[in-house]
Design a protein around this ligand. Structure first.
Ligand code: CAA
Ligand code: FAD
Length: 380
């Protein structure tokens, strides 16, 4: 077992860190306040190959492995989790879904542009009455011969307003339950497809989240991905990879908070000495460092499982469960170490704390990860 990164992985990590420091850090507080993320920054991430990290270069991707992807995700998330969630959805849900299950024509038409960051994608599974209970899809797609008629509502959709290409999961045959679900490529601007207002959120405020409405949208037959009835399996397999991305996001948020807390504790003095010299603070740092390292090992294990062709349903759920809990716990501690300064925006840790919360909720809540893990171990 070798826990060291290769030269190439170190270069990729450094490139992502450099980008995060020079391009994401300036303006991150303002973007959080205004709930915006400029197209210019998405374009730059595309130029660096961050929007299609694992996609085959023949479809415009960077052809890198999952380890590279999590290194990039960690570095971006240390500074701006709104940027990294866009990267995560585009890479591990939309690009992966198209590359693994799409036809050659679908890949040529959609994947290449997505992988280059010329446009971004969205993944639309959740509904007002189908969040954790994802098989209870109410959105319907009725087979009308050469097209499907799509009706329903999707909520909480990341990149909901900024995307051009949407992967929409819908029920095509209710009698078949989860085997009567399909996934469709829907383009922005299709007649009957409406985008609701941007949600005003606690965290990842730079990322745009919207409710989407589909009223008699005619989706061409050739826009269905995969065999008839394979949509739920598509969603579950795609989400297993997505959970590696969100685990890496949580890891980055925790690492970012730890680095800020470490620096602050060595500078701030109280009772005649740097606060790091008070054991209560030093022990917090020790717990942070240890648990963040444990989270990193789980994230790397899940990424390595995916790269090695092993099943990664369980390891991705474990990585996401643990890393997101660590992110929440230690961003709170980072605020505590900063005292009053932790409570204001200019010290960044309050934003990291707000951003950490979503990692315990999206791509399956912590409770859902425990369902996935427990079912998997009980099956063995
Ligand atoms: N691979 C292949 N097939 C799978 C699978 C997997 N990982 N997981 C389930 N299936 C199959 C099952 O085998 C079953 O098929 P059979 O009937 O043939 O056995 C079928 O799918 C239904 O599975 P379950 O019976 O396990 O379904 P369930 O109703 O008990 O739900 C669940 C399972 C794990 C709770 C699932 O509903 C789930 O993951 N919920 C969470 C949803 C989620 O993560 N949403 C995220 C939205 S995207 C997002 O959030 C993006 C973002 O924020 C940035
Ligand atoms: P519910 O399912 O109603 O859960 C409520 C509570 O009950 C949770 O604590 C949950 O863990 C618990 N619970 C539910 N069932 C069980 C059970 N069986 N056992 C134990 N506890 C249970 N979705 C997309 O499809 N695409 C996106 O791009 C996307 N982006 C998102 C971005 C943001 C900012 C947010 C907030 C959400 C996003 N989501 C997205 C939706 C997200 O995946 C769901 O919010 C999440 O899966 C939980 O669903 P829910 O909100 O309906 O909660």
């Amino acid at each position: 077992m070798d826990f060291r990164l290769s030269e190439e992985h170190i270069m990729i990590k450094n490139a992502a860190r450099e980008f995060a420091q020079t391009e994401l850090l300036p303006g991150v507080i303002e973007r959080d306040n205004k709930q915006e993320f400029p197209d210019e920054l998405v374009k730059k991430m595309g130029e660096l190959g961050f929007m299609g990290v694992m996609v085959n270069p023949k479809y415009g991707g960077s052809g890198m492995d999952t380890i590279s992807y999590v290194l990039i995700m960690e570095e971006l998330s240390k500074i701006d989790a709104s940027a990294s969630v866009m990267v995560s959805v585009n890479n591990s849900l939309v690009c992966y879904g198209l590359e693994a299950y799409g036809t050659e024509a679908q890949k040529e038409k959609y994947l290449t542009r997505l992988a280059k960051g010329e446009c971004i994608g969205a993944f639309c599974l959740s509904e007002p009455e189908a969040g954790s209970d994802a098989t209870s899809q109410k959105t319907t797609a009725i087979d009308k011969g050469d097209y499907y008629l799509l009706n329903g509502t999707k909520n909480w959709i990341t990149n909901g307003g900024s995307a051009e290409i949407y992967l929409v999961i819908a029920q095509t045959d209710r009698d078949k339950g989860s085997h009567g679900i399909n996934v469709f490529i829907v383009e922005k601007g299709m007649k009957g497809f409406d985008i609701g207002p941007k949600e005003d959120k606690l965290g990842i405020r730079g990322s745009d989240t919207h409710t989407l409405q589909f009223n008699d949208v005619r989706v061409p037959k050739e826009n269905r991905i995969g065999a008839n009835g394979s949509g739920f399996r598509f969603a579950m397999k795609t989400l297993s990879g997505g959970r590696i991305g969100i685990a890496a996001q949580a890891l980055g948020i925790a690492q970012g908070a730890y680095e800020l807390a470490l620096k602050y504790s060595k500078e701030r003095k109280a009772f005649g000495t740097e606060i790091a010299n008070h054991q209560a603070i030093a022990f917090k740092l020790a717990d942070m460092y240890t648990e963040i390292e444990a989270a990193r090992l789980l994230v790397m294990k899940a990424a390595n499982d995916k790269d090695s062709g092993n099943n990664y349903d369980r390891s991705s759920a474990m990585a996401k469960l643990y890393a997101s809990e660590v992110a929440m716990k230690h961003t709170v501690e980072a605020v505590q170490i900063h005292g009053g300064n932790g409570f204001v925006k200019e010290y960044h840790v309050e934003r990291l704390m707000r951003d950490a919360k979503i990692t315990q909720i999206y791509e399956g809540t912590s409770e859902i990860q425990k369902i996935v893990i427990s079912r998997s171990i009980l099956r063995d």
